[in-house]
Design a protein around this ligand. Structure first.
Ligand code: GDP
Ligand code: IMO
Ligand code: MG
Length: 437
C-alpha cells in the first residue's frame, strides 16, 4: 500500500498526465485535488490521445476509481462533455466521482474573468479564461455554489437566482455588460445537476475508507509549483495550491497518510501566460524546443514560451513540495542540440542568488547564470534503459540530480506509455531523506 502525490515542479504542462497515467497502473484510486478545467493533461495510449481537463488521468484503467476532490472547481458543462467523449471512445466512466464540497464554476465566472482581464490591460495575468479565479474568489468570499447546492433540488433555483442577480449588478454597473438571464441559468444547471447526481459523493469519507482498507491512492496535481497561489510567481499564478501540501487540503486527508511525493519536470522549461521567466529563449533554440516539443497549450492552444532548465526553480520545487524523487519528461526534445544550458543560479542586482526569490519583482530582474553541457545529437526515443542513453544524456540527468539533490526515478522519452525508463521504483524505491541527508 502506498499513497503518492504527483505534482508539477515548473509552470505546468510538465507531462503530469503521462506520468499519472503510468503510475495509475498500480493505483486503486486517483484523486484530482485542485484546479479546474484550466488544466489540460494529455495521455497517449496505443496511438490514441486523450486530453483531460478535470477527470483524473487514471480513468483509462478499468479498475481505477477516479475522484474529483473537494479542492477543485467543477465546470459541469465541461465535465459532462469530457464524460461523453470518454464514453464515445469506449472508456467506462462509472467509476468517476465528484466531491460534494467542490465548488461549481458558473457562467458568470467566465464573463467576469474576461471582463477583469480586459480591464487589467498590460497588467493582465493571461489566464486560461475558464473562470477559475472568480470561482475560487467566491469560495473564499463564502458565496460560492458547491456540488452540494447543485444537488439540492428544492433550494437550487432560489440559490442560483440570488447568485445570478448579485453578479448581474457587477456585470452591469462595473463592466457595462449585459446581465445573464437567471431562468436560463437555472434551467441549464438543473439539467447538469441531474446528469451529475450519480457521481456525487462525500469524497473525504470514501478516501478515508480506502486508506483504512490499505488501497493505493494517487493524488494528481494540476498546474505546477510556480503557479501556486501562495508559493508561485504571484500575481502570475493560478488561484489554487498545486504544491504537494494542497493534496491534503484538496482531498481531505491528513499529511500522515502520504507515503511518497513525486515531482514531474520537463528536461527544459515552458510557461503559458504572462509573468517573469528568466531562462526564456526568444531565439532559434526556443523555437526548436517549441517545435520538437509541440509546445502548444492543451487547454487554450496558446503557444508555450520555452527556455532552458532552471535549477533554481528545481531546487525550490524540491523544498516546497518535499519531493522524494523526480520524473524527467521530454528528454527526447533535446536530442538535436549540440549543447545544452542549465541555469544553476541567478544574478540579481549584481549579486549571485542560489535560492528562488519569493518577491516576483526581484524574480523578474534575475539573470540566469548557465552551465553548458554537451548535447548528444542522436535519437533517444527508443531507449528503454539508462544504459541505452548516450553518455551525454546520462551526464545531463546526473547533473540535474546533483544540482537539485533529488533522485531521478523516471525518464520519459516520448508521449506514449512505453517511451519511458524506470530508473528506480518511484513508489517503493528508497526515500529521499535516506538518500540525500
Ligand atoms: P500536463 O499538463 O503536465 O499533463 O502536460 P500536457 O499534457 O499539457 O503537456 C505535455 C505534452 O507533452 C503532451 O502533449 C504529452 O503528450 C507530451 N509528452 C509527455 N511526455 C513526453 C515526452 O517524454 N516526450 C515528448 N516528446 N512528449 C511528451
Ligand atoms: P496543467 O495542469 C500551464 C496558467 C495560465 C495563466 C495562469 C492563471 O495542464 O499543467 P488560470 O486560468 O488558472 O487562472 O490562469 O496559470 N495555467 C497553466 N499553465 N498548465 C496548466 O495546467 C495551467 N493552468 C493554468 O496560463 O498563466
Ligand atoms: Mg497541461
Amino acid at each position: 500500500m502506498a499513497n503518492v502525490i504527483v505534482i508539477g515542479t515548473q509552470w505546468g504542462d510538465e507531462g503530469k498526465g503521462k506520468i499519472t497515467d503510468l503510475l495509475s497502473r498500480s493505483a486503486d484510486i486517483v484523486v484530482r485535488y485542485q484546479g479546474g478545467i484550466n488544466a489540460g493533461h494529455t495521455v497517449v495510449v496505443n496511438d490514441r490521445t486523450f486530453k483531460l481537463h478535470l477527470i483524473p488521468s487514471g480513468i483509462l484503467y478499468p479498475q481505477t476509481d477516479c475522484i474529483i476532490g473537494s479542492g477543485t472547481v467543477v465546470d459541469p458543462k465541461v465535465v459532462l462533455q469530457e464524460l461523453d467523449q470518454l464514453k464515445e471512445l469506449g472508456v467506462s466512466t462509472d467509476r468517476l466521482y465528484i466531491a460534494e464540497t467542490a465548488h461549481v464554476t458558473m457562467p458568470y465566472h467566465r464573463v467576469l474573468e474576461q471582463a477583469a482581464e480586459t480591464q487589467r490591460a498590460e497588467h493582465k495575468i493571461g489566464t486560461t479564461g475558464r473562470g477559475i479565479g472568480p470561482t475560487y474568489a467566491d469560495k473564499s468570499e463564502r458565496v460560492g455554489i458547491r456540488m452540494l447546492d447543485l444537488m439540492d433540488r428544492e433550494m437550487l433555483p432560489k440559490r442560483l437566482r440570488w447568485a445570478v442577480e448579485q453578479k448581474n449588478i457587477v456585470l452591469e454597473k462595473l463592466y457595462d455588460l449585459p446581465p445573464l438571464n437567471p431562468d436560463e441559468v437555472i434551467e441549464q444547471y438543473q439539467i447538469y445537476a441531474e446528469r451529475l447526481r450519480p457521481h456525487v459523493i462525500d469524497a473525504s469519507l470514501v478516501i478515508d475508507r480506502a486508506i483504512k482498507e490499505r488501497r493505493n491512492i494517487l493524488f494528481e496535481g494540476a498546474q505546477g509549483t510556480l503557479l501556486d497561489l501562495d508559493h508561485g510567481t504571484y500575481p502570475y499564478v493560478t488561484s489554487s495550491n498545486p504544491v504537494s501540501g494542497g493534496a491534503c487540503i484538496g482531498a481531505g486527508v491528513g499529511p500522515t497518510v502520504i507515503d511518497r511525493i513525486i515531482g514531474v519536470s520537463k528536461a527544459y522549461t515552458t510557461r503559458v501566460g504572462e509573468g517573469p521567466f528568466p531562462t526564456e529563449l526568444n531565439d532559434r533554440v526556443g523555437d526548436l524546443l517549441g517545435d520538437r516539443g509541440a509546445e502548444f497549450g492543451t487547454t487554450t492552444g496558446r503557444k508555450r514560451r520555452c527556455g532552458w532548465f532552471d535549477g533554481v526553480i528545481g531546487r525550490y520545487a524540491v523544498r516546497i513540495n518535499g519531493l522524494d524523487c523526480l520524473a524527467v519528461t521530454k528528454l527526447d526534445v533535446l536530442d538535436e542540440l549540440p549543447e545544452i544550458q542549465v541555469c544553476i543560479a541567478y544574478e540579481l542586482d549584481g549579486k549571485i542568488v542560489r535560492d528562488f526569490p519569493s518577491d516576483s519583482r526581484a524574480f523578474a530582474r534575475c539573470k540566469p547564470i548557465y552551465e553548458t553541457l554537451p548535447g548528444w545529437r542522436s535519437s533517444t526515443k527508443d531507449c528503454r534503459a539508462l544504459a541505452d542513453l548516450p553518455s551525454e544524456a546520462r551526464t545531463y540527468l546526473k547533473f540535474l540530480e546533483d544540482m537539485m539533490s533529488v533522485p531521478i526515478a523516471i525518464v520519459s522519452l516520448g508521449a506514449s506509455r512505453g517511451q519511458t525508463i524506470i530508473v528506480e521504483d518511484p513508489i517503493h524505491g528508497p526515500k529521499r531523506g535516506l538518500l540525500n541527508v
